[in-house]
Design a protein around this ligand. Structure first.
Ligand SMILES: NC(=O)c1ccc[n+]([C@@H]2O[C@H](COP(=O)([O-])OP(=O)(O)OC[C@H]3O[C@@H](n4cnc5c(N)ncnc54)[C@H](OP(=O)(O)O)[C@@H]3O)[C@@H](O)[C@H]2O)c1
Length: 259
């Protein structure tokens, strides 16, 4: 077994939500494993540029500003990529949003906002990029779609958490992953990662009490590190995982074993 099983040399990737947090962890992992080029996409140009600047010493990085919650923004990204690339090996649908409010006050808009990015956008972008993904596929090493789900879409909800549309949306991402995996086989593989607790803007409130003390309560005794996301992302991008599709893989320090 050679190291080429985990080598991403020559592969072109798109990482949505690539301007910060888990998106940057994914992009760094891909570049360190030899990816030829990574496109980062999200809504904030300055944040994307700052992330790209930080990652460029590792390889080619380009940015595309697009709101991926609607077909208009999806089209911006898809047409940019179609103009630049003949094939796309890896699509990370990682952009995501959450919302928290007490049950009685939970607004209808928080369903639309969260579902449009977390679920609808994943479907629209994947469909739009399918021709480029198919162009990159070989029988030995098919192109990949890797969706970011969540432990919150896998385990029973934590009592007191009021992110109703988020947990439902992430469960939907997991089933969409399986549905598209069946639809695209054998040309394109579709899998999901289900992160537990990682430091990002999304979890800054949750971790305000201290990452170390919160992590100490988890089965593996810590919150996730960037390398934990990178390791699974590289595996799901590489020849090593060419016989896996429709899987939802927790990367959560054992949280999914609780309850
Ligand atoms: N951190 C965790 O512990 C954790 C655990 C489980 C799952 N996740 C998932 O991991 C993914 C990344 O989250 P994160 O933790 O890194 O949080 P984050 O720092 O808030 O990142 C979210 C990313 O999504 C982008 N985004 C949001 N709405 C968008 C839109 N309409 N169009 C395009 N991009 C959009 C954001 O950029 P802009 O605001 O510039 O658009 C940002 O880059 C999400 O899917 C999240 O649900 C995170």
């Amino acid at each position: 077994m050679g190291t080429e099983l985990f080598d991403l040399e020559g592969k072109v990737a798109v990482v949505t939500g690539g301007g910060r947090g888990i998106g940057v962890m994914i992009a760094r992992g891909l570049l360190e494993a030899g990816a030829a080029k990574v496109y980062l996409a999200s809504r904030k140009t300055a944040e994307l540029e700052a992330a790209a600047e930080q990652l460029r010493p590792l390889g080619a990085v380009e940015t595309v500003t697009a709101d991926l919650s609607s077909s208009t923004g999806v089209e911006v990204l898809a047409s940019h990529l179609a103009g630049q690339e003949e094939a796309l090996h890896l699509l990370f649908n990682n952009a995501g949003a959450t919302w928290g409010a007490p049950l009685e006050e939970f607004p209808e808009s928080a369903w639309d906002k969260v579902y449009s990015v977390n679920v609808k956008g994943v479907f629209l972008l994947t469909r739009a990029l399918l021709p480029l993904l198919r162009a990159a596929s070989t029988p030995e090493d098919p192109a990949r779609v890797i969706n970011t789900g969540s432990i919150d879409g896998l385990r029973p909800p934590v009592r007191g958490m009021n992110n109703f549309s988020y947990t439902a949306s992430k469960s939907a991402v997991h089933m969409l992953t399986r549905h598209l995996a069946a639809e695209f086989a054998p040309d394109v593989l579709v899998n999901a990662i289900a992160p537990g607790l990682f430091e990002s803007k999304m979890t800054s409130g949750l971790l305000a009490g201290g990452a170390e003390s919160i992590g100490a309560h988890l089965p593996l005794g810590r919150i996730g590190r960037p390398e934990d996301i990178a390791g699974l992302s590289v595996f799901l991008s590489a020849r090593a995982s060419a016989y896996i599709t429709g899987a939802v893989i927790p990367v959560d320090g054992g949280v999914s074993t609780l309850h």
